[in-house]
Design a protein around this ligand. Sequence first.
Ligand SMILES: [Zn+2]
Ligand SMILES: [Zn+2]
Length: 139
Amino acid sequence: MIITGSCLCGAIHYAASGPPRLAGFCFCHDCRKASGSGFMPFMGFDAGQLQFSGTPRQHHGLSARGTIAVRNFCGDCGGLVFGGIIGTDTSHTIYAGSLDDPGQFRPQIGIFGRDRPAWVTVPPGITIYATMPDQASPA
Ligand SMILES: [Zn+2]
Ligand SMILES: [Zn+2]
């Protein structure tokens, strides 16, 4: 299974081999602001599964865990593509809106469900966590 995607103009793109380790929606404040939407659809991959091309710009922010969260976006079209620092981080978040084939996104979980706006509906079969799966039981 090869998963490919890019920013809107195509300057930043990636190919991932194999299914993601996890896939879902994040409703946190930062993901809503970064996406301009009610949530961020994401997939988590090990760095070894991914190949990137292009030179993204980066936004650095403090994550809910107190770590620095890096979001990579295209300096030309502004499209958000992935999280993490290439060559440093051992895993990366891919923002699923960047997929070439959106059918490759198979969401299973929702995180930071406590921050979900009332106007965002969640598909059936998604397990929603109040914050993160390793910090809280499903809410
Ligand atoms: Zn672009
Ligand atoms: Zn988030």
